[in-house]
Ligand binder design. Sequence first.
Ligand code: A3P
Length: 297
Amino acid sequence: MIMVDSLPRPTLIDFHGVSMTHYFTSNWEKIQSFQARPDDIVIATYPKAGTTWVSFILDLLYFGQTTPERQTSMPIHIRVPFLELDIPSLLLSGTEMADNLPTSPRLIKTHLPVQFLPKSFWEQNCRIVYVARNAKDNAVSFFHFDRMNKVEPEPGDWNSYLQRFMDGKMVFGSWYDHVTGWWEKKQTHSKIHYMFYEDLIEDTGREIDQLCHFLGLSPSVEEKERVRGGVQFDNMKKDNMVNYSTVEIMDSKISPFMRKGKVGDWKNHFTVAQNEQFDEDYKKKMKNTTLQFRTEI
Ligand code: A3P
């Protein structure tokens, strides 16, 4: 049994033009040859965009009624495997966990940029739910996550971190490339449902309705209300099966996984100068896309 504290923090590597760490590339052949099933549902995000929130919503929609014991006994990372994660001797790899899932549909999480998604998901025409979050809050959330997650590279101080975020030197690469890459793909691929964290905060019920429409689900009004209530931040924060408090590689004492759950927390982190520089750079990087984000609601 490997001790988490003996795992050194990884360093970033350039992996086919995308910054990654070996924890997400060492199993590459198995990831790329992963066999999808037509009813698999992929939850794709840039890290810290609301992956766990949407994973829990989908898990409740599909299994909340039929197998409620999942919710009380299986941590979310077991219910919804993280496809590319590979920390040998600590956990089964994401591909093995997905292969072993007994339920149907399988809910599978990934942070891969669109060009890296295993081709079987496209061949099987699987439904994909992509969640995006505005860059400023996403960067802040990622910074605190990297502080508390022992298998992430050392974050350093906030100023240098923000610079690296702008340079795309983050695990899973550039936020700008990730959100726009999936957005472009969505324009020609009808099986991608592109959601925004800010919309979920604004009206979770409306977003659940849209998700159900995309997935072809028709839960009762009561059931939808149960899901909406169950996935509220305060409920998830105290639920050990979704708040990652049972996961050894994360140190909630440094920063909890369910940290703030707000739109606009970036204002507590960005200096005026950082904000101006960020906005100027953002305009250049995002000038060729129709994708729009809200940094406050
Ligand atoms: P913060 O760090 O800003 O609080 P991911 O699951 O992709 O890693 O994203 C984690 C982020 O989503 C964290 O953001 C977390 O608090 C937030 N989050 C998770 N569940 C949420 C919920 N029910 N409501 C609002 N935010 C939520």
